[in-house]
Design a binder for this molecule. Structure first.
Ligand code: HEM
Length: 576
């Protein structure tokens, strides 16, 4: 008899005895005193006899044939367990049995609902305990076992993960309309939620108008051209800072972070917020606040695993996050008020002097809407660009040949302090290096979690409404079925191909695809190109303590963006 049937039988047997009536059991127990636990074989025979007797009477009484059949099927070894109902072992058994049954039912439930396959999920926790600190890696190994579309349970929350170009295409293109909602982390679910762009739960009216405004005012070719001087100015400040550092070891991620933050803050508010010289760029806590917000977004949160209790905020993460968000707003609230007063007065500001804040005010955005928009653009735009640049530098350090090819390509570009945006044409090898970096180290390894706003089908499996959807871009980028020698940094593969990250080639989607695709792509790529090009052209990069670049630690740390576990520390030696 199979183990599963055995358990089923014993469970039914136990419940049958319960129905037989406690008084009979008590009477029997009194008679069998001294034989408790059913370990004494001599006693066991007597108990078995009476038990069978008793069960027969019970089943005769209610005429339940099924239970008589059960008795025949039940191996006698199980009977002592029933007798042990009042011993500690029996309590454990009674506890474990429903758990096993839950397991079995859960698996049946999965197939009866036609959900994508996946690892066995445990009662209550689901698969949470199997995810670990690097979910992009653990989930990739599930995909190797269960296929390109898998389902997991994080508590009671159903999660479906796509890990192949085909599965990504069905989610981001074929079913884009139904799967373009976002699963807002509970940490970010509060009165500001209706104003979101990145976390907007649905592609509703507010999302549409804000995205259109961002496209035209921030990311259109015209807007990008208008911002190019500003970006070059921030880049020049960064190079000056590094030139001043001479032989000092620099955390390059921190420096690029500051550059990117100030670039976006100038486009938005016309003001720098972080100073390079501020040791950790903390600027009165602004950077710390932003990091805490990012961390809270991915902190394991009971409310995300059990949506039924999300209102309770049992760990207090949402409350803490809201406090942090309000403090973050205080860094720019005065600028917003000042600007609003100016716009409402008769002072005329020339069109070319207007920044994004002016546009939002002119378009009737409230202060809260503006605050949320600024926060989201900082979150979406700074860390993604920074981590891409840090990984690219790390890969180029390890790959001497690729680095010298880029140097050769940039040799004739400019004699100025920086490689400004105007000089960024015909840099095909640098572009190939950037693409190769994004393939191996996509800064958002699962894209930003989507949500099924309606039930639909993907790869012939059912995706119920409100399922969370991940697309494991990291796994796709390293899949040997898709890429030759996937783990090697080989920019050349992009020189000989038309593959691009614009959302049409589903084997390479570091910016996502479909209606929620990254609108900041043109700005992000411009910054990555010009910062990398200038760092390569102006400096030799040296690792501290004569560390061998070939042995550079490339371990990853999972977060909102995929970071280097050990931040990259470098000495920048100026080139003439
Ligand atoms: C190398 C740099 C960047 C990378 C790799 C990147 C990647 C991504 C990814 C993967 C998504 C989710 C797409 C999806 O769900 O399909 C996204 C969304 C988004 N990104 Fe970027 N991004 C970058 C730079 C930027 C910049 C510079 C900005 C703006 C300043 C920006 C603004 C946004 C916004 C607003 C969204 C949300 C779009 C929506 O939900 O409708 N990103 N980005």
């Amino acid at each position: 008899m199979k183990r599963q049937e055995l358990i089923m039988d014993s469970f039914r047997l136990t419940s049958m005895i319960e129905r037989t009536g406690d008084h009979k059991m008590r009477r029997m127990r009194r008679r069998e005193r001294g034989c408790r636990g059913g370990v004494d074989k001599g006693c066991r025979g007597g108990v078995e006899e009476r038990l069978i007797d008793m069960i027969s009477q019970a089943s005769e009484g209610d005429g339940d044939d099924g239970e008589m059949i059960l008795l025949h099927n039940t191996p006698i070894e199980l009977v002592p367990f029933v007798v042990m109902e009042y011993s500690p072992l029996s309590s454990i058994f009674l506890l474990i049995t429903p758990l096993f049954l839950f397991f079995i039912f859960k698996q049946r439930f999965r197939s009866s609902k036609n959900l994508p396959p996946g690892p066995l999920s445990w009662p209550i926790v689901g698969n949470i305990h199997q995810i670990g600190p690097n979910p992009h890696v653990s989930i990739s190994s599930f995909a190797r076992e269960y296929g390109p579309l898998i389902s997991l349970h994080l508590g009671t929350q159903l999660l479906v993960v796509a890990s192949s170009p085909g599965a990504a295409l069905e989610i981001l293109k074929t079913q884009d309309r139904h799967l373009s909602g976002r699963a807002i982390p509970n940490a970010f679910e509060h009165s500001f939620s209706p104003f979101y762009l990145v976390w907007s739960a649905d592609c509703g009216e507010h999302w549409k108008s804000l995205r259109t405004l961002c496209r035209t005012e921030l990311f259109s070719p015209k807007a990008l051209e208008a911002q190019s001087n500003l970006r070059d100015e921030k880049l020049a400040q960064m190079i000056d800072f590094l030139l001043g550092k001479k032989q000092e070891v620099v955390n390059i991620g921190e420096v690029v972070f500051t550059t990117m933050f100030n670039t976006i803050s100038n486009v938005f508010f016309g003001k720098d917020f972080i100073d390079f010289e501020d040791e950790h760029g903390t600027a009165g806590g602004l950077k710390g606040k932003l990091f805490t917000l990012l961390k809270d977004g991915i902190r394991p949160n009971i409310s995300d695993f059990f949506p039924l209790v999300r209102r309770l905020d049992l760990q207090g993460i949402r409350r803490g996050n809201l406090k942090n968000i309000r403090e973050l707003f205080s860094f720019w609230e005065d600028i917003v008020d000042e600007r609003r007063t100016q716009i409402n007065s008769s002072i005329v500001v020339a069109d070319e002097e207007k920044n994004f804040l002016d546009r939002l005010i002119e378009n009737g955005f409230s202060n809260d809407q503006i605050n949320i928009c600024a926060m989201e653009l900082f979150i979406a735009g700074v860390d993604t660009t920074t981590s891409t640049i840090e990984w690219a530098i790390a890969e180029l350090l390890k790959n001497e040949e690729a680095l010298s090819k880029v140097k050769e390509e940039l040799k004739y570009k400019s004699n100025t302090k920086i490689v400004g945006e105007l000089q960024l044409s015909n840099i095909s090898y640098l572009n190939a290096c950037i693409k190769e970096t994004l393939r191996l180290h996509p800064s958002v390894p699962f894209l930003i979690p989507r949500r099924a706003s309606e039930a639909c089908e993907v790869m012939n499996y059912t995706i119920p409404q409100n399922t969370q959807i991940f697309v494991n871009v990291w796994a796709i980028g390293r899949d040997p079925k898709v890429w030759e020698d996937p783990l090697s940094f080989t920019p050349q593969r992009f020189i000989d191909s038309n593959l691009d990250f614009k959302g049409q080639d589903f084997e390479f989607i570091p910016f996502g695809a479909g209606r929620r695709m990254c609108p900041g792509l043109p700005a992000g790529i411009k910054s990555v190109q010009s910062i990398l090009a200038s760092l390569i052209k102006r400096f030799d990069w040296v690792l501290p303590n004569d560390e061998d670049p070939a042995k550079l630690d490339m371990n990853e740390k999972f977060g909102v963006t995929l970071q280097k576990e050990k931040p990259l520390q470098l000495i920048f030696k100026a080139l003439d």
